[in-house]
Ligand binder design. Structure first.
Ligand code: SF4
Length: 504
């Protein structure tokens, strides 16, 4: 038996990542950098599925589309969220639509592009998407193929690649209103339908709660961001907060699916129920408190936070750390993703002054330093990015970033340097990307400073973060850290010096 509508993703998104959501980012490493056996056993083991191929824990975006379809009258017997490796169980001649969620269908997202530039190879997500589209069940039954998700814009701006892949329709943006309408039209044969569809904005009351478990217990708490950075495509330019009772209901669904932890997802968790970018201390604390105290929840963390929000409301950081019992043997630390992007007030002012609000651009290095210290003292690890090669960058800007990175050394954190990659549909879409061949000695110095920072912190971070992992993962990563840290450091230094960087 098959399903009329099959929702799926490429294989890199069909994993629980051993419960470590940060392992999920290893999908940005190009195919070939790590051997497949190593990548899929250590970082991305196959997610569990039932006899029909139904994923037990699925990508949150697919769960939202599933919920929207059911809310719009589709029957549970018509819709399945399927594991990509078990499509043969879900697809049959009854299947009319296969809808794929993808983060980076062409492997041209900023992180993947950086690693492809530096280390060669092809984006793993692009490779796995092609494999998915060539599965025998898809080839045999020829369902209509729809692609959505955060990377859908790539197939909008590269129609020739969309055609070559065999994707019939692309939905860019929110899918909860658009997908049910589109699916219905396809099922009813109401053609022609445009090949690229901009997703309608969903009214708050129309956002349906997920009905199955999500990967690592992710639950959306806010949608959108109003900080308006020139290089970014947030889902919306305005922050919307989900009502607390819906968040709690989704956490409950996750607990029933076997998840024990919760990741509160949004572009900045401190903006939950905020007004004009001012942190709503009471609402944020209540959110963490209520979620953490649901029966069955063992831990809670957040996906993203803004350094400016944290700095503008230190009491909120302190309070949530206390609520979550961080710094105790139970929960030594949790990690949030944060954006530094640059240490240059000039570049911040030029491209992302909203990121600094309520502070001033010239205060940015102090905001970053202060927030890192605050988060560190409250047992929150900052997993951050910087962007090299932003338009208008000069040697002085890079030096300011190097200087800032060096002052972050005492604070538990990871700093990932990325090469600027303009994304279509952003304000910088026509700007020049930074290519590997154009990296200056100062860029190499900055990369080296970041890697020194990371390699210094990895063992201590893993001691906390990895302690609940299986013996296999603990042993492999432990060995890697023990044997690989110093050789990697030397390699990074050698490479930087080869390119004229001043390494001390
Ligand atoms: S603060 Fe983050 S999510 Fe918001 S626009 Fe800037 S980069 Fe995007």
């Amino acid at each position: 038996m098959g399903y009329k509508i099959v929702l799926t993703s490429d294989r890199t998104m069909a994993s629980d990542y051993h419960g470590n959501m940060f392992f999920g980012f290893s999908a940005c490493l190009p195919q070939g950098v790590l051997p497949d056996w190593f990548y899929y056993s250590v970082f991305c083991p196959s997610g569990s599925a039932d006899r029909e191929g139904r994923l037990i824990h699925a990508n949150y975006g697919m769960r939202k589309i599933e919920a929207a379809l059911l809310a719009k009258g589709f029957n549970r017997s018509e819709v399945i969220v399927a594991h990509p490796d078990h499509l043969n169980r879900a697809i049959s001649d009854e299947t009319k639509i296969v809808s794929i969620s993808s983060n980076d269908p062409l492997g041209i997202g900023p992180a993947t592009s950086t690693f492809v530039q530096l280390w060669g190879g092809e984006g793993r997500m692009a490779v796995k998407l092609r494999e998915l589209l060539n599965k025998p069940s898809i080839k045999k039954f020829k369902p209509t193929i729809i692609l959505g998700g955060p990377g859908a814009w790539q197939l909008k701006v590269h129609p020739e690649k969309r055609k070559k892949l065999g994707v019939d329709f692309v939905v860019v943006g929110e899918g909860e209103v658009t997908a049910p309408k589109l699916f219905k039209k396809i099922l009813d044969g109401q053609f022609p339908i445009p090949e690229v569809i901009e997703g309608e904005i969903v009214r708050d009351k129309d956002i349906a709660d997920i009905v199955g478990g999500s990967i690592c217990g992710i639950v959306e708490v806010t949608r959108g961001c109003s900080r308006n950075c020139a290089f970014c495509i947030p889902s919306l330019k305005k922050v919307r907060s989900r009502p607390l009772n819906h968040i709690l209901a989704e956490v409950q669904t996750n607990i029933e699916s076997g998840n024990r932890g919760v990741i509160l997802h949004g572009e900045d968790v401190f903006q939950y129920k905020s007004k004009n970018l001012r942190v709503n201390h009471k609402a944020v604390v209540e959110l963490f408190n209520r979620v953490y105290h649901i029966s069955g929840v063992k831990w809670v963390t957040a996906s993203h936070a803004s350094l400016s929000s944290a700095m503008s409301s230190p009491e909120t950081v302190k309070k949530i750390s206390k609520v979550l019992e961080l710094g105790t043997d139970k929960h030594p630390t949790k990690a949030f993703q944060v954006g530094i992007e640059t240490g240059s007030p000039k570049l911040i002012h030029k491209h992302m002054r909203g990121k600094v609000y309520p502070f001033k651009s010239k205060e940015w290095p102090d905001v970053v330093r202060g927030a890192f210290k605050l988060l560190h003292e409250n047992h929150i690890v900052s997993c951050s990015t910087i962007i090299m090669g932003l338009p208008g960058e000069d040697q002085h800007d890079i030096q300011q970033t190097i200087d800032l990175m060096k002052t972050l050394k005492p604070y538990q954190s990871i700093i990932v340097p990325l090469l600027f990659t303009p994304m279509e549909t952003t304000r910088l879409e026509y700007a020049k990307p930074l290519l590997k061949k154009d990296l200056s000695p100062k860029h190499h110095e900055l990369i080296s400073v970041c890697w020194d920072h990371n390699l210094d912190w990895f063992p201590a971070l893993w001691a906390n973060y990895g302690r609940d992992n299986s013996l296999f993962v603990k042993t492999v990563i432990g060995l890697l850290l023990k044997l690989g840290t110093e050789p990697l450091r030397k390699k990074v230094h050698r490479n930087a010096m080869k390119h004229g960087a001043n390494i001390r």
